[in-house]
Design a binder for this molecule. Structure first.
Ligand SMILES: N[C@@H](CCC(=O)N[C@@H](CSC=O)C(=O)NCC(=O)O)C(=O)O
Length: 283
């Protein structure tokens, strides 16, 4: 079932910021996503997917990310999925901010309790692009996709690009969780969704995945605030920098003086990220 229902529509920067909902086959629940097609009436636009962080729905970036202006300027559709399945009645799904609802971590879960619904990797990389193609074939150029995200969503974006070589024309991230197998947020989520085998966790760890990446040349942009309250405990951009250097993958890691982990930080550099993707999407 590819049908979608509009739940919000607001004029913005000459386009329309939409929110849709649909019944997801992968997540077996109703999922929402933001959709901003700036020049829908004029030409088919390439698509840029944005993955949000812990506690977010599709709303956070729609209202605070500042994506619409730069997306309109570059003629890019921005698609912003939710961070997890919702309302699945799984025991414990709402118990913590960093696991379950709002914290899908963009994996395909294998643990019994979670595996039926928590399939955010398949949802983001396969189902949602199919839904977009089926509903907006006239608005969106389905062959041109890129991906970026924040924190848990920065991890998600890097993992999607590294696990699906060639699917995305470019990738970038704000303050990503780059080495989840070594940080508390990542260890909790990967153990909870995937079980105890560390080899399975490595399949969703950017530092591990970049070591064996064999796809088209990547040019990764990462912005990281130096006053980010999660930098030392959860994010480890230096680990990813070393892993990229060892693997010969181009990474532009920019340390932004005084910025924290919030949307104030991201909205400050949103235009740079969308310009980065435009270079590849509009080539
Ligand atoms: N003030 C925040 C603290 C936690 C936080 O910064 N959450 C981030 C994602 S963290 C990693 O994935 C976030 O995007 N929060 C939502 C927001 O709109 O800022 C909080 O209490 O959420």
């Amino acid at each position: 079932n590819m049908s979608i229902k509009e739940v919000a529509s607001n004029r913005s920067f000459g386009g329309w910021q939409k929110v849709y909902q649909h019944e997801s086959e992968e997540c077996k629940c109703t999922m929402r996503f933001g959709f901003f097609p700036p020049q829908a009436e004029i030409k088919k636009c390439p698509a840029l997917y944005y993955l949000s962080g812990l506690t977010c729905t599709e709303q956070n970036v729609v209202t605070k990310g500042g994506t619409q202006g730069p997306a309109a300027k570059n003629g890019i559709v921005v698609i912003t999925p939710d961070t997890s399945p919702r309302g699945c009645n799984i025991e414990g799904e709402n118990d913590s901010y960093d696991f379950g609802s709002g914290a899908g971590f963009y994996v395909n879960a294998t643990e019994d309790k979670w595996k039926t619904n928590y399939r955010m990797f398949a949802y983001v990389t396969k189902e949602l692009p199919q839904v977009i193609r089926a509903n907006f074939g006239d608005k969106v150029d389905g062959d041109k996709m890129s991906i970026f995200g924040h924190s848990m969503g920065g991890h998600g974006a890097l993992v999607c690009a590294l696990k699906e070589p060639g699917k995305y024309k470019s990738v970038s991230a704000f303050a990503p969780i780059t080495n989840p197998i070594q940080c508390p947020w990542g260890q909790k989520a990967l153990k909870g969704y995937l079980g105890d085998n560390i080899e399975d966790h490595k399949e969703y760890d950017s530092c591990e995945l970049v070591k064996k990446y064999k796809g088209p040349v990547l040019d990764i942009l990462i912005d990281q605030g130096t006053n980010d309250e999660f930098l030392k405990r959860e994010l480890f951009p230096d680990h990813f920098q070393t892993a990229c250097a060892d693997a010969g993958v181009k990474l532009n890691l920019r340390l932004q003086e005084g910025y924290d982990h919030s949307y104030y930080f991201m909205s400050s550099f949103m235009e740079d990220h969308i310009n980065h993707h435009a270079k590849y999407l509009n080539a």
